[in-house]
Design a protein around this ligand. Sequence first.
Ligand code: PBG
Length: 324
Amino acid sequence: MYLQRRNRILRQSPAIRAMVAETILTPSNFIVPLFIDEGSGIKTEIPSMPGIYRMSLDNTVKEVKELWNMGLKSVLLFIKCKDELKDNKGTEALNPQGLMQRSIRAIKDAWPDMLVMTDVALDPFSSYGHDGIVEGSEIVNDATVEVLAQMSVSHAEAGADFVAPSDMMDGRIGAIRAALEGNNFTKTGIMSYSAKYASSFYGPFRDALDSAPGFGDKKTYQMDYANRREAIRETLMDIEEGADIVMVKPALAYLDIIREVKDNVDVPVSAYNISGEYAMIKAAAKMGWLNEDKAILETLTAIKRAGADLIATYFAKDAVRLIS
Ligand code: PBG
């Protein structure tokens, strides 16, 4: 057989495949989500997220050092708020001595180079488990945005490098930027969850923080998964309002959105490989139905290939082990 062109030439050995690989995962592109709890000496595995732990601050600081030594350079903090501190106004979210604020300070004290990103939304602090203030059966926008802006300033005061609003209220990026500017936090970045969909894949995360909505769902603020153009509108508005990094979330069922956002913006794009995506691979691997290590690398590479510059993922440590 005479062929002018044989595509298999570039696939014939590991060396050639590595030489021509278009997408390469690197540790500095990963963002590591951390779940922080009160107390000391605590390291509790989350049942629906095997291998992921809710840790007290002492153990979290140790973990951060380990992450840094592995080449991982950013963490995204989530805290588990005690039930008795939850209310409808996010009071505890603004407490300068709150667990989030103490965690930011402790991590930056122990390891100043580690980039600390913080979740900005009311759900862990809300007696209703919603991302905003509830009036009647409504999650009200404008009053929530005010609290989110104050919360962002409080995180910046504690030393956060980036605040990461995950709430999907309208106008919050502009309000947060104005509040940061107004308080002279001119070096604090905003990583906006700009296209965040109402997803069934957040289930395990809500177990981890005990933050499931007490009534209804999040469909009046998080996006409808039927929509694509809306993601572009949301993202462009967030950039105009001052977002430094934009995010698509979830990742796996939304690779088309990641690509489309990537093609439409000139800021770094991140994607959140969320809890349910983690749990699915873990569960299938446990059953012996797929090879976990291979599935992890394939998944993360696909997310990056789709256009994500950064990936928030519970697989970060596994991935570093696998690529090194
Ligand atoms: C809360 C928040 C959620 C996640 C990150 N921030 C859950 C939600 O919106 O209900 C999900 C992360 C994951 O599932 O891994 N605003």
